[in-house]
Design a protein around this ligand. Structure first.
Ligand code: UD1
Ligand code: MG
Length: 459
């Protein structure tokens, strides 16, 4: 029988106090709900529906057609949110797994095990529970004297005695799909919070159907991220897990608690990562690379034996043995060849370089195609913007660019060119030429005495 998933993500997330809707808020730079969808996609679920409402465009733009959508116009509680999927799901035979959009640490193993247990126990409803040392804020599991689950009591509605229960509702349920919609129709609005609680299906089914529980061993995977402090806790948990896995696979990390690696980053063995380094997005770091300290890489492809320190790399690629930094900034499709040197205070944007090219200090290279063995002197600038449009610079192979040179784009510098320091180059330079474009120096003999006066005596 098919399995369906329903992800409830329509809520305002009032406790977050952020503009972004809660389920779109990033954990290690990736929206919470994307983690959930990724794990659901890898699991034995056949069809997924996200319930969206508040700021739904943000979430729909994020997920595109990876899921189907049900709209909850008014946020009247989790029970009401689940009911919004009625049209899409009601007539289907099978099991529905209900997930919350604020539990980014769930994983594919847990999802598959819940569904396995639900089938094996022949349950109509399986409530996924966990034991929390600090259960505050979560719904509590109420059991009878035989240990059977009877109800879930929300924190706000619980008595002092009920609040002592450490077994909580994770908010995940596996449920017979047809029965689910029968029960959702029966939920009444909670008088205290004026919401329809999905949790009420437990009490509605406890006497008449087979209701069981599945307890998660490691509760950290099912924490609900309701506020910005919980965001930081979730990030810490995820960061520790990712770093541990990488270290066990041969990635050396110095001071790992200061290193943040995103969930989709790939790092090969024999890589060293130094302190205060963040690597996120779909970055790839190849063998022998040394990254950091104080480095940020987002969507960067770093090839073998590249060294990067004190630098920023966004949406860019760096080829073998090149060294980047300190204090370099690569962005917007910079593609740096092998054996390059990109040094202090160099910014490279939307440009490619061949092999053995050097820009060691203080340079800006934008919208440029540059060949092999080019030396950019300190202070070289490709002047790509005329105040209205951006223009391209072409530089061939074996070119020497003297210090403080401006290349006013659009411009072509052919192979084997030498440009004198301090030139402002406005015309193309042909192959093999030497160009000098600066004011000629005049020395006026014995003239400085007219300008440098002896200091007056202050006494
Ligand atoms: C919920 C559970 C609680 C459980 C906890 C686990 C209920 C009533 N309570 O509480 O028992 O311990 O999760 O983390 O179910 N949502 C909608 N529409 C709404 C309201 C919420 O789609 O009208 C979505 C939210 O976007 C969110 C999810 O449902 O992703 C859970 O809502 P939230 O407000 O976080 O519930 P909790 O108070 O955490
Ligand atoms: Mg929550």
């Amino acid at each position: 029988m098919p399995n369906y998933a329903m992800i409830l993500a329509a809520g305002k997330g009032t406790r977050m106090q952020t503009k972004l809707p809660k389920c779109a808020f990033p954990i290690l730079k990736k929206p919470m709900i994307e983690y959930i969808v990724e794990h659901v996609e890898a699991s034995c679920i056949d069809e997924t529906i996200a319930v969206v409402g508040h700021e739904r465009k943000v979430i729909m733009d994020l997920l595109g057609n990876r899921v189907q959508y049900a709209i909850q116009e008014q946020q009247l509680g989790t029970g009401h949110a689940a009911l919004m999927t009625k049209e899409l799901l009601e007539d289907k035979e099978g099991t529905t797994l209900i997930l919350l959009g604020d539990m980014p640490l769930i994983n594919v193993d847990i999802i598959n095990k819940i569904l396995e247990s639900h089938d094996k126990m022949n349950n109509d409803l399986t409530v996924v529970t966990a034991n929390f040392d600090d259960p505050e804020g979560y719904g509590r599991i109420l059991r009878d004297n035989y240990g059977r689950i009877r109800a879930i009591r929300e924190d706000k509605n619980a008595t002092e005695a009920e609040k002592k229960t450490k077994e909580i509702n994770t908010g995940v349920y596996a449920v017979n799909n047809k029965l689910l919609f029968e029960m959702l129709g029966k939920i009444e609005r909670d008088p205290l919070k004026k919401e329809y609680y999905l949790t009420d299906i437990v009490e509605l089914m406890a006497d008449t159907h087979s209701v069981g529980t599945f307890t998660i061993r490691d509760p950290k995977h099912v924490m609900g991220v309701n506020d910005l402090y919980a965001v930081s806790q979730a990030e810490k948990i995820l960061r520790d897990d990712i770093n541990r896995e990488l270290m066990l696979n041969g990635v050396s990390m110095i001071n790992p608690e200061t290193i943040t690696i995103g969930h989709n980053v790939k790092i090969e063995g024999n890589v060293t990562i130094n302190p205060n380094t963040t690597i996120t997005g779909s970055s790839i770091i190849s063998e022998g690379a040394v990254i950091g300290p104080n480095t940020e890489i987002h969507n960067g492809v770093i090839h073998e034996n590249v060294h990067v320190k004190h630098s920023l790399i966004y949406d860019s690629e760096v080829h073998e043995r090149t060294s980047i930094g300190p204090f370099a900034h690569l962005r917007n499709n910079a593609n740096i060849g092998r054996d390059n040197r990109v040094g202090n205070f160099v910014e490279i944007k939307k440009s490619t370089t061949g092999s053995n090219t050097k820009m060691s200090h203080l340079a800006y290279i934008g919208d440029t195609e540059c060949g092999n063995n080019v030396n950019f002197g300190s202070g070289s600038v490709t002047v790509n913007y005329d105040g209205v449009n951006k223009h391209k610079t072409y530089i061939g192979n074996d070119v020497f660019i003297g210090c403080n040179t401006n290349l006013i784009a659009p411009i072509r510098i052919e192979d084997n060119v030498f440009i004198a320091a301090g030139s402002t180059v406005t015309k193309d330079i042909p192959k093999g030429a030497m160009a000098i474009a600066r004011g000629r120096q005049i020395n006026k003999e014995d003239y400085s005495k007219n300008l440098i006066k002896p200091k007056p005596n202050n006494k």
